[in-house]
Design a binder for this molecule. Structure first.
Ligand code: C2E
Ligand code: MG
Ligand code: MG
Length: 764
């Protein structure tokens, strides 16, 4: 044990021992004294109280103790000083047996008032005005009842000739004692009293002793009167010192104990006071009315008034609590039904509103709205700005919805509007209005953003449930996304079949990979100036055992949605690299220099993608220059992880081609932000280029060629189907092209035959 722990363990022990010793000495004195001088007996009080003052002061002057606790114990030490003075006065008067004078009682009364004051400054529970009023009424009840008991019961036992001073002093001490007891009862039961609750209970010994003293001084015989007179000081001091010791013990404990809710009998004191008064009234009613009896009746009336007032306060309080509870309940219900970010209805509220409408056979149409490429916006701008965008979308939805409709945020970037209508025109009108409202640029942070939405429209049919209508709207929304986004699509029953087919296709595709039903075709890329073979793009095919040849346009999106594209893409990459190494072995320098492989964004998001590519190249003894990875514009804008992957591939020496160039949304800014090497002009720009009718597309096709030249990138024109297109593209400055006019996607041996017939030279 260290010195400090010894000190802590013994903290407050000395005053307690001194008070106990004094009390013990007084008891011994009482047992042996012979009736001569009583001075010796009265000596114990001042000594014990001096120890009590010390014990309380120690806590009251410790600056590490919390202020309320400190000030309580300081007040207790002050009370101790007053009681000490009272004991000294008693000592000085001990040998003249003149009863209890007011002068002698004054310091004691003041001491008790001081204790009551210290207790009253502690939190006594409810600190509202009503709470204080209730406490006050309780205390008035206790004081009145205490005074009545003293007046009517105790004084009836007073020996004849008891002087008035003694009666007043004893009565005051007794009533104050009861009051202190009632206050302790309140202070000790609150959940987290600043002063230790057990210490407070121990302190209650003092007022009890005070009250007993008051009774015995009036109604006791000589023996008990003497005993209580000499023992009051030591007993009160003992309760002070033990309570102080306990408090120091609690303060020294490292962790606070979990708060316990204490119940105490003292809380019943106001009730006991009322019962005692009732008993007195009954006793009085059998007697003849004179001054004393009348006082009891008046006191009882006062107590009844207090009790009634307390009840009324309680009733008012209960009503207030009930109203508060109801308001809270309404608020909670509203919160549970509201989306916290946008303030729109949430999914639960939307679902139940729809359900309600369908159950009462009222017309309903659901518009499901999904922000296009929101993930990309969120990733690149950060979630805080993403939230701002969602908030503004919600505002526009609210402002552009008819009054009879309900707008909701179902989650993420998905919103919904419920129309109380089933007319196609109304639904189309609403969808168009929302689309136009969202087409205006959004001001998010410092940026102005364009955000489109895909909208699925589902009109509830007879017997449809809420889930079904929502699912239909969802299917239509996906159809809108697949159709190129930024559009609205109305649900048609065949779409559900498409979804089923897709789901079936997904599970079959899973087996296709295992059963080797996939294979690659290679579409040659030509130098359209010299007409010679330049490279080839690997294009996946699926030979379905029942459906026959399935086009990637049908199963690649399914694979992308299910995540199967990662496995499928790995297989394509290996197979294409393997094929290139075979061609290299067969045709040596006449083989194409590089193979183009399409890679989906889901693959780029895989953390190990770069390592996988490096491993495959190494396995087939290829160099990074032998691989061109084709990606779409939307994948480039997908987020940080994808951008880093692309950067790493570029740094390895792999070339990156932007596929379907010109169809995405932010082509030009991407060219600066990302290390692109090849632009593949989308087939849609090549279509109709020859007749020169579509001047817009023609202009874009020409601009892409120039852009590539300025940026020193290679430009490849895709989907060339005629000589006229070829000539026109060549004139525009395109050097490379692929299309059915030159060659369709070919099996490996046919593509190899091209290499044998027209070996690739270093320059083309
Ligand atoms: P893409 O990468 O833009 O590929 C070019 C598509 O245009 C190919 O269709 C090709 O057969 C077709 N095409 C080429 N020249 C002509 C032409 O003159 N006329 C017409 N009408 N079409 C032409 P395919 O093979 O059906 O592939 C469609 C899309 O599927 C590809 O577009 C690509 O985005 C995706 N895809 C194909 N294979 C893979 C793959 O292995 N992985 C991934 N992730 N996607 C692939
Ligand atoms: Mg491609
Ligand atoms: Mg393409």
């Amino acid at each position: 044990m260290t010195a400090s722990t010894v000190r802590r363990a013994s903290a407050g022990l000395v005053p307690m021992l001194v008070a106990s010793a004094a009390g013990l000495a007084v008891c011994v004195w009482l047992a042996v004294h012979t009736g001569s001088s009583v001075l010796l007996g009265y000596l114990g009080g001042p000594i014990a109280l001096a120890a009590a003052v010390l014990g309380c002061w120690k806590i009251g002057s410790n600056i590490r103790v919390d202020r309320p606790v400190r000030s309580f114990w300081r007040s207790m030490s002050h009370a101790g000083v007053l009681l000490f003075i009272g004991q000294c006065v008693s000592l000085s008067l001990s040998n003249n047996n003149a009863g209890l004078s007011l002068v002698a009682a004054a310091p004691n009364v003041l001491g008790i008032v001081w204790v009551v004051g210290a207790m009253a400054r502690l939190p006594l529970g409810d600190s509202s005005a009503a709470g204080w009023a209730r406490i006050l009424l309780d205390f008035v009840t206790v004081c009145v009842a205490g005074a009545l008991v003293f007046w009517y019961v105790v004084l009836s036992y007073a020996p004849p000739g008891t002087d008035q001073d003694t009666m007043i002093a004893a009565g005051t001490v007794g009533v104050l004692g009861l009051l202190a007891l009632a206050i302790i009862g309140k202070a000790a039961v609150i959940p987290h009293p600043p002063v230790d609750s057990l210490s407070l209970r121990i302190l209650s010994v003092a007022p009890i002793v005070g009250a007993i003293t008051a009774v015995l001084l009036i109604a006791g015989t000589d023996g008990p009167r003497l005993a209580i007179s000499v023992l009051t000081g030591p007993l009160v001091a003992l309760s002070f010192t033990v309570a102080a010791w306990r408090q120091r013990h609690v303060l020294a404990r490292p962790a606070a104990e979990p708060a316990r809710h204490h119940r105490t009998m003292w809380g019943l004191i106001p009730m006991l006071a009322s019962v005692a008064t009732a008993a007195m009234v009954i006793s009085v009613s059998a007697r003849e009315m004179n001054g004393r009896e009348r006082a009891v009746i008046i006191g009882a009336v006062l107590i009844v008034v207090c009790v009634v007032a307390r009840q009324l306060l309680g009733l008012r309080e209960n009503k207030r609590l009930l109203t508060g509870l109801r308001t809270q309940q309404v608020q909670l219900e509203r919160l549970a039904m509201t989306d916290p970010l946008t303030g729109l209805a949430n999914r639960t509220r939307f679902g139940s509103a729809l359900e309600e409408r369908l159950a009462s056979h009222r017309p309903a149409t659901v518009l499901l709205i999904d922000i296009d490429d929101f993930k990309m916006i969120n990733d690149s701008m950060g979630p805080a700005l993403g939230d701002q965008l969602l908030y503004q979308v919600a505002q526009r939805l609210r402002n552009n919805s008819a009054t009879a409709s309900l707008s909701a945020r179902l989650g993420g970037d998905e919103f919904a509007v419920l129309l109380d209508d089933e007319e196609i025109d109304v639904a189309e009108d609403a969808a168009g209005r929302i689309q136009r409202a969202l087409a205006e640029p959004f001001k998010v942070g410092e940026e102005r953003l364009l955000a489109h939405a895909s909208i699925g429209v589902a009109i509830a049919g007879a017997g449809d449930g809420a889930d079904e209508v929502l699912r239909n709207a969802d299917i239509a929304m996906y159809a809108a996304k697949e159709g190129g986004k930024a559009a609205w699509v109305r649900f048609e029953p065949r779409m559900r079949q498409d979804v089923v087919n897709h789901a079936r296709l997904g599970s079959e595709l899973h087996n296709a990979i295992i059963r080797n039903e996939l294979f690659l075709l290679y579409q040659p890329v030509f130098d359209i100036v010299t007409g010679r073979l330049h490279g080839a793009e690997a294009l996946v095919r699926w030979k379905h055992p029942v459906r026959g040849l399935v086009s990637p346009g049908d199963f690649v999106p399914v694979a992308e949605r299910s995540g199967l594209i990662v496995r499928l893409g790995s297989w394509v990459l290996r197979e294409a690299c393997r094929q290139l190494s075979v061609w290299k072995a067969e045709h040596g320098p006449g083989a194409i220099k590089a193979i183009n492989v399409n890679v989906a964004v889901r693959q780029l998001r895989e953390p190990g993608f770069v390592d996988e590519v490096a491993a495959v190249l190494a396995e087939y003894d290829l160099l990074p220059g032998n691989l061109v990875i084709e990606i779409t514009e939307s994948s480039v804008a997908d987020g940080r992880q994808v951008r880093e992957t692309l950067q790493a591939l570029h740094e390895m020496g792999i070339r990156l081609a932007l596929d379907d160039f010109g169809t995405g949304q932010s082509s030009l800014s991407l060219l600066r932000a990302f290390p692109v090497d090849v632009l593949k002009l989308d087939k849609s720009f090549v279509d109709g280029i020859a007749d020169g009718e579509d001047r817009g597309r023609l202009a874009i096709a020409a601009a892409v060629a120039q852009l590539a030249e300025y940026l020193q990138l290679s430009a490849v024109a895709e989907g060339i189907e005629s000589e006229a297109q070829l000539d026109r593209l060549r004139d525009m400055g395109y050097r490379l092209g692929q299309g059915f006019f030159m060659a369709k996607p070919l099996p490996p041996d046919e593509a190899g035959a091209l290499m044998a017939a027209d070996p690739v030279t270093v320059n083309n």
